[in-house]
Design a binder for this molecule. Sequence first.
Ligand code: CU
Length: 122
Amino acid sequence: MKKIKSLFTAALVFLSMSVFAQTKTDSFKVYGNCGMCKNRIEKAVKQESVTSALWNADTKEMVVTYDSSKISNDDIQKKIAAVGHDTEKYSADNKTYKKLPGCCLYDRKKTDKNPDHSSHQH
Ligand SMILES: [Cu+2]
């Protein structure tokens, strides 16, 4: 009986270790302004395979903990871009960006076309 119990414990430890091995924590930049942005950004990525998503409005730093066997860093960044926020790797669609509330219209770091600012050359 004791032997079975210890085998069971070993199996549990092994299982939790393999789960742990798939969990990854990454950080990357996401552009936005305020608390509303924070909700939008964090809500966009929260799902079963993303256990934690935290965005810092001051540093624009996003920290995500996710199951790398189910979702990739790229997929997560694409989800954020899809709700209107540029990330380090992916840019939001112009249309989606323009639909954001006024307070959320962050300075875009890498827009391809921005006629309003094209004259500001240094
Ligand atoms: Cu905002």
